[in-house]
Design a protein around this ligand. Structure first.
Ligand SMILES: *Cc1c(COP(=O)(O)O)cnc(C)c1O
Length: 354
């Protein structure tokens, strides 16, 4: 697909900001108005912090490249995947003119990021199994549709989307298909990162915020065609990823076995919590999950939520979506946390009016 024809004309024409620290990172650095004496704090993680970080994130992308077995030119790092969602909207969607298709119920940030950018959203429903209704989705596309957001495993429903359907859409849709894989580590299969090497209109989003346990550093990444990577670099803030973030990511990748251990502990707990939930009176539906959370439906979900919050147990209300009446989403915590949640839920359902 010809990506250029999809890009906003002002972004195509844009002369990007040229960082002082373009290519050269060493020498007598008198080009960026930094403090030559050093930072007012000791180095953190061995990083001298008085100098700006590498705008091209070369070291971190090389590390990710080795870990993923994907060439660096296909990798871009953002301040969380949320930043990349916003950058994609700003690259492709002309405010007030273009639109994005969002397959619902799903992660709320796609719509919020579109709303912030004054980009119209066309919502399409997932089918009754929370899978893509391929025909309805493709029929929702207009000639102004530039982006189509899919989330797999989907938040908040928890299920992987059928990979075959995603590919069908990527082949038929003359725009950019964003596949958000924030929870893919918990699913362990069906990632589209290698398909993004083949289809230049697929953008896969990943994050360090979930399985890797690094929500605090704010780092996400995307795997997509070098044409789109170029555009992301073109419009991002020059020094978006801090030295602290990139050094944490590099260390994390060296520790990837720990991530895998956490994933298996969480997945095991998830199955236990699902079984327990199914046996609680008043829980009407427990959805299968390929992620690190569970969606379930219970009676009087609003009251249950308040009861739990009152006991200091915070879970997420997802009932506002018409398809998710009385649905709550709970993240898998430690065994102890999960037990406190299960006991709290059981008590709540005994006590709230039936
Ligand atoms: C949590 C989450 C993210 C993560 O966003 P970051 O900005 O990387 O923390 C992205 N997509 C979905 C669907 C999520 O649930």
């Amino acid at each position: 697909m010809d990506i250029k024809t999809l890009v906003r004309p002002n972004i195509l024409a844009l002369k990007p900001y040229k960082s002082a620290r373009g290519e050269k990172l060493s020498g007598i650095l008198l080009d960026a108005n930094e403090n030559p004496h050093g930072a007012v704090i000791e180095p953190v993680n061995g990083e001298e912090l008085n100098r700006y970080p590498d705008p091209f994130q070369l070291e971190m992308r090389k590390k990710l490249s080795g870990y993923l077995d994907i060439p660096s030119e296909y990798i871009f790092c953002g301040v969380g995947s949320d930043e990349i969602i916003d950058l994609l909207i700003r690259i492709f969607c002309e405010p007030g003119k273009d639109n994005a298709v969002i397959v619902e119920p799903t992660y709320g940030m796609y719509k919020v990021a579109c709303d912030i950018n004054n980009v119209n959203v066309i919502p399409v429903s997932l089918d009754d199994k929370f899978q893509i209704d391929v025909n309805a989705t493709l029929n929702a596309v207009t000639e102004k549709t530039k982006l189509l957001f899919l989330c797999s495993p989907n938040n908040p429903t928890g299920n992987l989307l059928n990979k075959k359907d995603i590919i069908t859409i990527a082949e038929a849709f003359k725009g950019i298909v964003v596949v958000d894989e924030a929870y893919i580590e918990f699913a362990g299969s069906d990632s589209l990162i290698f398909d993004a090497l083949k289809y230049n209109n697929i953008v896969v989003l990943r994050t360090f915020s979930k399985a890797w346990g690094l929500a605090g550093i704010r780092c996400g990444y995307s795997i997509t065609s070098p044409e789109i990577i170029y555009l992301l670099f073109k419009i991002k803030a020059p020094y978006s990823i801090s030295k602290l973030t990139s050094s944490a990511v590099i260390k994390a990748i060296e520790n990837y076995e720990k991530k895998e251990k956490y994933v298996s502990i969480i997945n095991e707990e998830k199955e236990r919590v699902i079984e327990r939930l199914k046996n609680i009176n008043g829980v009407e539906m427990v959805y299968a999950s390929d992620a690190n959370f569970i969606l379930f439906r219970c009676r009087n979900s609003k009251e249950v939520l308040i009861y739990l919050a009152d006991k200091g147990i915070i879970i997420r209300d997802r009932s506002s979506h018409p398809r998710l009446n009385n649905c709550l989403r709970v993240t898998i915590g430690t065994k102890n946390e999960n037990d406190l949640f299960l006991t709290g839920l059981w008590r709540a359902l005994c006590e709230v009016s039936s």
